[in-house]
Design a protein around this ligand. Structure first.
Ligand SMILES: [Zn+2]
Length: 228
């Protein structure tokens, strides 16, 4: 058995799990399992939105899923979707994101990123509440670098938001790809570790009901600074 494998069977899923699946072996897509067959995840409306599962989509490339809730998007363009497990994993497998991972584990996993954090998860009820609230009320704009599917799931699991609007990205799979000024290869490899949620000090807990106004405030502060 591979101790580092995070692949799980459906029967092993627990409510509130942060799960991911590999897409084309290139990147992983993340979501929160909320029970039954449902996963809430954040997609880029510009890309995944077009491939959408909704029956109304005219550019639909995949057949519509027969399950009533699957692919529903309550806020137009919001990008938070509720889908069945099959539609989430497509032809791939299911993996569980690891919380409270040992530092050594995180270091091994850094090579690909986007699979674990040393941070502890909040209780499942809280995680599910955040995910369903954001599905119903909308979420921030998608940004690969600053706010992607992994960031969404990490927020649902921890409630943590960066106090710096331009450094919201908590996603290790993106952080590892960011250009670094350090030429030294070793430093380059350890850089994402410094962005691990369990280590970052520029984050604070924000209640999901307050998230939109909190982020709006950060944006306002930033634009005020730029105008000065
Ligand atoms: Zn489906």
């Amino acid at each position: 058995m591979d101790l580092f494998s995070q692949r799980i069977k459906r029967s092993e899923l627990k409510e509130g799990d942060h799960v991911y699946t590999w897409r084309k072996q290139m990147y992983n897509h993340h979501g929160i399992f909320i029970g039954q067959d449902k996963i809430i995840h954040f997609v880029n409306p510009k890309i995944d939105g077009k491939l959408g599962l909704s029956a109304s989509s005219s550019v639909m490339k995949t057949p519509a899923c027969p399950i009533s809730y699957c692919g529903t998007e309550k806020v137009a363009g919001g990008g938070v979707r509720m889908t069945c497990i099959d539609c989430f994993i497509r032809n791939g497998s299911l993996y569980r994101y690891k919380y409270q991972a040992q530092r050594a584990f995180v270091r091994v996993k850094l090579i690909r990123g986007g699979t674990c954090t040393t941070k502890m998860s909040d209780p499942p009820e809280e995680v599910i509440h955040r995910a369903t609230y954001l599905h119903e009320n909308g979420y921030e704009e998608y940004s690969l670098r600053n706010n992607n599917c992994e960031d969404f799931a990490l927020y649902c699991k921890t409630g943590l938001v960066s106090i710096d609007i331009s450094h919201q990205g908590r996603s290790s799979q993106v952080n590892r790809l960011l250009p670094t000024k350090v030429k030294d290869g070793y430093r380059k490899l350890t850089k994402p570790f410094k962005t691990d949620l369990g280590i970052r000090t520029d984050v604070e807990k924000v209640r999901v009901e307050m998230l939109a106004s909190y982020v709006a405030n950060l944006k306002l502060k930033k634009s005020n600074i730029l105008m000065k």
